[in-house]
Design a protein around this ligand. Structure first.
Ligand code: COA
Ligand code: MG
Length: 303
């Protein structure tokens, strides 16, 4: 299997592909990753012209180090194949990943994989385009393990709780909010998606929080996602970028403590010991594994 690129995904900003102004704002933003949307944020009457706006934005704006992603319409719509062909023909060299909406099973993702393979050959693109997938149908959650392993382009599974709630019949109007359900209504889906993603060696990311004036609510959801092993959360508005970057980055204190624990462990190991204490806490090879997760993030985010 080919090595997948490692990308930061602490904050994935959703930008309606129909708005040049918002595309510009997205390019200038502090998000790690921006997805230019052709799906729910774009009205059917302007979906076709939005493809050209996205190609223009990808080819002409300065995106810095951001991951440049295009979110396309699902495989049952009249737009899906045209979305893929047009954006890759017009801007393929400036696309890092394509995000597929509403797959039901692995076959839907393989369709995108094969379309990309053909286009990359014909256009002689020297860099492979990656795939990100939304888990937002009940069938997709049932098939998540199979989906997670169906393409070596796949880099990320995203929990799309808005459409997922519609698919399951969950009684909520406030996308991303907990709706007052005792416990966390999205716990099972997040857990299952994250487990599948980790087993397949890819990222899990949490979807939108619609009430963008409620920063405390956003942070609470982001922390829940992070606790389960997700690496980031969507922003539907620029105000949600900074809180996501903060929640999903290890703090300076955590990084320093992790380095200290790692160094102490290796010193102990060199002396023939399997466990050592650091500031009253036991560090052994299992703790080292947790510490390594933090240090890998610090490396990836340049902390
Ligand atoms: N990406 C880039 N820029 C955005 C943005 C986004 N997602 N959301 C808002 N902005 C810009 C606005 O254009 C505005 O720019 P200005 O100050 O230069 O006028 C600024 O940020 C502040 O926006 P604000 O006035 O608070 O909100 P709004 O009424 O313009 O937009 C929404 C609110 C919800 C319509 C808008 O945030 C949006 O379209 N979000 C994305 C929706 C989406 O992608 N849905 C699908 C995925 S769930
Ligand atoms: Mg949707």
């Amino acid at each position: 299997m080919t090595q997948r690129p490692r990308r930061a995904r602490r904050s994935q900003l959703s930008v309606p592909g129909s708005s040049e102004k918002m595309l510009q704002k997205g390019a200038e933003s502090a998000a790690d990753h921006v997805f230019c949307d052709l799906e729910d944020a774009v009205a059917p009457s302007v979906k076709v012209e939005a493809r050209d706006k996205i190609a223009w934005a990808l080819n002409t704006l300065d995106w810095g180090k951001k991951t440049r992603c295009v979110r396309i319409n699902d495989v049952t719509t009249e737009w899906c194949h045209g979305d893929i062909i047009t954006v890759v023909e017009k801007a393929g060299a400036n696309i890092d990943t394509i995000m597929l909406t509403k797959p039901y099973s692995a076959a839907d993702v393989v369709f995108l994989d094969r379309m990309l393979l053909q286009l990359e050959k014909r256009l002689k693109l020297d860099r492979r385009i990656g795939i990100e997938v939304l888990i937002e149908e009940v069938q997709a959650l049932q098939n998540v393990e199979e989906i997670s392993r169906c393409s070596d382009r796949l880099e990320c599974l995203i929990f799309g709780m808005g459409d997922y709630s519609g698919s399951q019949g969950i009684d909520t109007r406030d996308i991303g909010g907990d709706g007052g359900y005792p416990g966390d209504i999205f716990h099972y889906a997040r857990w299952r998606i994250t487990m599948a993603a980790r087993a397949a060696g890819i990222d899990a990311v949490d979807g939108p929080y619609a009430n963008f004036k409620n920063e405390d609510g956003f942070r609470q959801e982001a922390k829940r996602a992070k606790a389960l092993g997700m690496v980031g959360k969507w922003a539907i508005h620029p105000s949600q970028i900074a809180p996501a970057l903060e929640v999903f980055s290890p703090s300076a204190g955590e990084v320093a403590r992790s380095r200290k624990m790692r160094d102490a462990y290796f010193e102990a190991e060199a002396r023939g010991l399997g466990a050592v204490q650091v500031d009253g806490v036991m560090v052994d090879v299992a703790v080292l594994r947790l510490v390594k997760n933090t240090l890998d993030k610090a490396d990836l985010y340049g902390l």
